[in-house]
Design a protein. Structure first.
Length: 260
């Protein structure tokens, strides 16, 4: 127990030292917070995870039913394109809707700052008073924020509405494309042994290995952005894929037995 506490303290001390050095170095600080690195990580992980799970579920179902390997290719590629496009479009529409909502609220705040400055100033005062500012410090904070309309609107967006102000172009199209690419690249892997002519248990065994390795790799890659333990992240995603494969294989075998 004592050794465990000592190890944890060493890790904490190392992390604190790393953070202090990062704050003294802008580049290191950006690396520490992974600035901008997580923009598409959700789309890539979600797309890759869903792509390989759904495609391998098709492979497992066909294998469980003992059907012709050609059916794997037909259903697998049909799923790859149809489901991949569906996910990409869904992500695009969802991201676009969220951005439209934020921009609408942002314009409303800009209008209120322009035409209701007294009321908006009172809101800023109330927000910072709640944070513990008093007297001259509170007056100065309110003065600084309300002296710049963009800063004023940004503060209101975050503090009043809990929304991060949008800047620049929309990411909806890029998010959709990232999802489709990840879905297609990961989803095609379980089909590779069948494409190159492998059949029966050999093809299915190769597909299992390729799927498991990819699932674990994609899961582990999340820690590049989210931090945490790479092996735990990899195992989490691997377990999800394994569960889906077992269910699909079982259903395929059950249906084949019922219909035979």
């Amino acid at each position: 127990m004592k050794k465990y506490k000592e190890d944890n303290k060493k890790k904490l001390d190392h992390r604190i030292l790393e953070a202090k050095r990062a704050h003294e170095n802008k580049t290191a600080l950006e690396h520490l917070h992974v600035s901008g690195g997580g923009t598409y990580i959700k789309d890539l992980v979600y797309g890759a995870n869903d792509g390989i799970i759904t495609t391998f579920a098709v492979v497992s179902g066909v294998a469980g039913a003992g059907l012709d390997p050609k059916i794997v290719l037909i259903l697998g590629f049909a799923n790859l394109l149809a489901d991949g496009l569906s996910m990409a479009v869904g992500n695009y529409l969802g991201t676009r809707s969220e951005e439209d909502y934020i921009r609408r609220e942002q314009k409303m705040e800009e209008w209120e700052v322009e035409y209701l400055p007294k009321e908006e100033t009172a809101e800023i005062r109330a927000i910072y008073k709640k944070k513990g500012f008093e007297g001259k410090e509170l007056d100065r904070a309110v003065e600084i924020i309300t002296s710049d309309k963009k800063r004023w609107v940004d503060v209101m967006m975050v503090e009043e509405l809990g929304l991060i102000p949008l800047e620049g172009e929309s990411h909806a199209v890029k998010n959709g494309i990232a999802t489709f690419i990840a879905f297609a690249c990961a989803g095609v892997l379980p089909l590779v042994p069948y494409v190159f002519g492998a059949v029966g248990k050999q093809a299915f065994s190769i597909a299992i290995i390729m799927t498991a390795v990819t699932q674990f790799t994609v899961g582990s890659a999340r820690v590049l952005i989210t931090k945490g333990k790479w092996w735990r992240a990899g195992l989490e995603m691997l377990m999800v894929g394994l569960l889906a494969a077992i269910v699909a294989y079982g259903i395929g075998a059950l249906i084949e037995r019922i219909m035979s």
